[in-house]
Design a protein around this ligand. Structure first.
Ligand code: ACO
Length: 427
């Protein structure tokens, strides 16, 4: 028999069903709490709230486990391609060879972006942050597909392909323009990651040679970022989509959420922090002390801590090793890598960080790899967005297929009680 949870309030007892997921995480089902008791729950930051049932990604923060559709992240990062992982997340199973060929061919064919989108892009100042531009242009994409009437999603698979295909194209525009270089059109004979690299780095005046080391490193990074269950940006995508907003608007909102420095924007902050430590003489202990006094200094160690991981972040483990490999294969000597390692060691041996279970997260070492690949700092979070796109799509699709109700939290009102209105002349 299923367990129930008993709640006694105001001298009355109520019982609520409990439920258990396939990986044994347990929950109280309080869907009828307010109807039965007149109470709501208060859970700032949703630290204890399961907003949905989902079959996409499993993570165990205590054990440092991350799985997409039941496959270990370590296996996928070592053996799969990013587009295979995208298919897995979105459609639930690894593709057969035929399914993959069809999927990959469709993505290849949709990389070109409507020329009128360029006019919108041209209106942004050269100094615009590429995340703001990306979010705006993804939102603008909805204007180019009139079949997207709200609530009518007949062409969902096509929109999914369009998003996967066009996001890298749009992403490269900001970088090219920041250098005063012409933007590149996609070349559809190239695979997904080489095509992106070619748009980023090739110039009309000379050939760009795509380095397989760079392709492999990006493949791993994109896979590691591809989904992370109900994080801030994914919850945003699901919440916006729950009003039946179209997929472009929902994902554009997710990109905005990702931009924040406490979420995906941390990867840019990490490199800026490491650079500042270097410029300040490289004394990591000074910065560990500042972070310990966050309440007075307002300084946090970016790339450290995670809402869910309280042991280690399995993605950070893979990325740390990849950083060493990639830098040595490319012959890059980045002094910031040593500062990062020193900072990690100092923090991991410090009581403040031990007590609070603060470990390096996915963003701590990723920027060092991006930098070694030639990707500029203000594009780091854009790289995260390209990686996270399949996860957002999968979560948006699942939310729609599960016919989830519109997301609408409650509140505990703490404002003024009813007051009498005084006309302006009498105030
Ligand atoms: N440096 C110093 N202290 C920290 C840090 C940090 N990076 N992170 C958390 N703490 C401290 C807090 O001050 C708090 O201390 P207290 O109990 O004395 O008040 C305690 O650890 C718990 O921190 P919370 O902020 O309550 O934890 P929460 O789960 O809400 O936040 C978060 C998680 C936002 C990731 C936080 O650890 C953080 O700000 N980290 C730095 C930014 C970052 O790297 N973000 C990327 C996360 S991964 C991602 O989104 C892709």
């Amino acid at each position: 028999m299923a367990n129930t949870a008993e709640l006694t309030v105001d001298g009355k007892s109520y019982s609520f069903p409990t439920l258990e997921g396939t990986e044994h995480e347990k929950a109280f089902d309080i869907s009828n709490l307010r109807d039965q008791t007149g109470y709501v729950t208060l859970d700032r930051g949703y630290k204890n709230t399961g907003a949905t049932k989902s079959a996409i990604t499993f993570l165990d923060g205590e054990e440092g486990i991350l799985q997409y559709r039941g496959y270990a992240i370590e296996d996928l990062a070592a053996k799969a391609s990013f587009l295979e992982v995208a298919y897995l997340l979105i459609y639930g199973d690894l593709p057969t060879k035929d399914q993959f060929t069809q999927f990959e061919t469709s993505v290849r064919r949709h990389t070109l972006v409507n020329e009128d989108m360029r006019k919108i892009f041209d209106g942004f100042p050269v100094s615009a942050h590429p995340m703001g531009v990306l979010s705006s242009l993804v939102s603008a994409m909805s204007a180019f597909y009139p079949d997207l009437e709200s609530g009518k999603e007949d062409n969902t698979d096509l929109h999914i392909i369009r998003l996967l295909a066009k996001l890298p194209t749009i992403a490269t525009w900001s970088y090219k323009r920041s250098l005063g270089h012409p933007t590149n059109y996609p070349k559809n004979q190239l695979d997904y990651i080489p095509n992106f690299l070619n748009m980023m780095f090739s110039l009309p005046v000379e050939d760009y040679k795509i380095d397989p080391v760079v392709v492999e490193a990006l493949n791993v990074l994109l896979i590691l970022h591809a989904d992370h269950e109900q994080n801030c940006s994914t919850s945003t995508v699901r919440l916006v989509g729950s009003s039946q907003a179209n997929i472009y608007s929902s994902i554009s909102a997710g990109i905005s959420a990702l931009w924040g420095p406490l979420h995906g924007g941390a990867n840019q902050e990490v490199i800026e922090m490491l650079e500042a430590i270097k410029a300040d003489g490289g004394d990591v202990s000074k910065y560990v002390d500042m972070a310990k006094n966050a309440k007075t200094t307002g300084f946090r160690l970016f790339g450290f801590g995670h809402r869910v991981y309280k042991n280690f972040d399995p993605r950070a483990k893979i990325i740390k090793k990849a950083a060493d490999d990639v830098l040595s294969k490319l012959g890059v000597n980045d002094p910031v890598l040593e500062i990062a390692k020193g900072l990690e060691e100092a923090a991991l041996n410090d009581e403040y960080f031990i007590q609070r279970k603060l470990y390096p997260n996915v963003d701590f070492y990723s920027g060092i790899i991006y930098r070694a690949l030639g990707i500029p700092t203000n594009m780091f979070t854009v790289m995260f967005a390209i990686g996270r796109l399949p996860g957002w799509i999968a979560q948006w699709k699942e939310m729609r297929e599960q016919k989830e109700p519109i997301g609408r939290p409650r509140q505990i009102y703490t404002g003024a009680t009813l007051r009498e209105f005084t006309p302006l002349e009498s105030r």
